[in-house]
Unconditional design. Structure first.
Length: 116
């Protein structure tokens, strides 16, 4: 069974930075494509970023492109989301997702609150 545990959320002022972590257990992080999603109050879940199984390809939502960076550390079996120049509209629960084929695994999420 694959388990994902996110951490690193918190309260930060607009313009600040946070780094989220997603620790994968049960399988290797390189076995899956890894995504970050977010869910803001009253809004649908939004895809944020993806890193491929090889780790060599990344994609970003337009809303975060140039501000957020997804990366991974295979030795630590961890995926990161570095978030810079944070805006109040980035406030959300951030969730880590691992998928391969039709199989998806989700973490519980970590809250990020950006104050104006």
């Amino acid at each position: 069974q694959v388990q994902l545990v996110e951490s690193g959320g918190g309260v930060v002022e607009a313009g600040g930075s946070l780094r989220l972590s997603c620790v994968v257990s049960g399988r290797n992080v390189s076995d899956y494509s890894m995504d970050w999603f977010r869910r803001a109050p009253g809004k649908e879940r939004e895809w944020v970023a993806q890193i491929s199984r090889s780790g060599g390809v990344t994609h970003y939502a337009d809303s975060v492109k140039g501000r957020f960076t997804i990366s991974r550390d295979v030795a630590k079996n961890t995926v990161y989301l570095q978030m810079n120049s944070l805006k109040p509209e980035d406030t959300a629960v951030y969730l880590c997702n691992a998928f391969r084929g039709t199989t998806h695994f989700w973490g519980q999420g970590t809250q990020v609150t950006v104050s104006s």
